[in-house]
Design a protein around this ligand. Structure first.
Ligand code: C5P
Length: 232
């Protein structure tokens, strides 16, 4: 899998996202579309961004019974997205069904990655709310191993976990890591952050970068700086 920078297009609607993408003329970044934009604009937003020549990571984090996930993944696959995801907590059976649904008749399919534990879930909340009494690190690595067992391509994780995921699941198992900030930039609400260069050094395969690019005074320059540091 090639290393790439994925721009998190966390915008409320079509106008905002196209105003942003219009700034990119000579490069077409890989973009992440999340629930907010997808639920606001529907599948047409995916088709339109795809038509403009961008690769798309559709971040909808599916979690349901295997049959429902399988059928929903088939719909997303027909939308021609390049990457999508689900919750590993849906079980190995759900992940296997997802992969089956995602695979097109010609054998191709988007990259499928799993969310292990959301970074908003602390070890304390896992114990109290979910009755999971294991250390969070162990749970994350167990869920990553389950994703690999189901045949998925990788996981979303903190850049700080990427090395351990590769040690546990192999270096070809893809790590997609948010929480990236420039060394001289604002951290915003992210707590555990890493620069693009550090994310590269630690072996992340894809970094997901939102506000350091979308809120920059020159988003194209910020994107190119990110690519230079992470890929170049
Ligand atoms: O603006 P920022 O660079 O913080 O955006 C990061 C993106 O990655 C957002 O779309 C956020 O929802 C997503 N994300 C994250 N942490 C996770 C999983 C996803 O920040 N654990």
């Amino acid at each position: 899998m090639g290393k790439d920078v994925i721009v998190a297009c966390d915008f409320a609607g079509k106008k905002e996202v196209f105003d942003f993408l219009d700034k990119f003329t000579d490069v077409k970044p890989f973009v992440k579309i999340g629930m907010e934009l997808f639920y606001a604009e529907g599948p047409e937003i995916v088709r339109e961004i795809k038509k403009r020549g961008h690769k798309i990571f559709l971040d909808l984090k599916l979690h349901d019974i295997p049959n429902t996930v399988k059928k929903s993944m088939a719909v997303l696959s027909r939308l021609d997205v390049d990457m999508t995801n689900l919750h590993a907590s849906g079980t190995v059976a759900m992940m296997e069904a997802a992969l089956e649904g995602l695979t097109r008749p010609d054998g191709t399919r988007p990259i499928l990655i799993a969310v292990t534990q959301l970074t908003s879930t602390s070890e304390e909340k896992m114990k109290e709310d979910l009755l999971i009494n294991e250390p969070i690190d162990k749970v994350v690595m167990h869920y990553a191993s389950n994703a690999k067992k189901a045949g998925l391509d990788g996981v979303v994780c903190s850049p700080l976990e990427a090395e351990k995921v590769h040690n546990t699941c192999g270096k070809d198992f893809v790590t997609v890591t948010p929480g990236v900030r420039f060394a001289d930039g604002d951290k915003g609400d992210q707590v555990r952050v890493m620069t693009p260069a550090d994310a590269k050094a630690i072996g992340s395969d894809y970094i997901v970068v939102g506000r350091p690019i979308t809120a920059a005074s020159d988003p194209v320059a910020a994107y190119k700086r990110c690519v230079d540091e992470f890929v170049g």
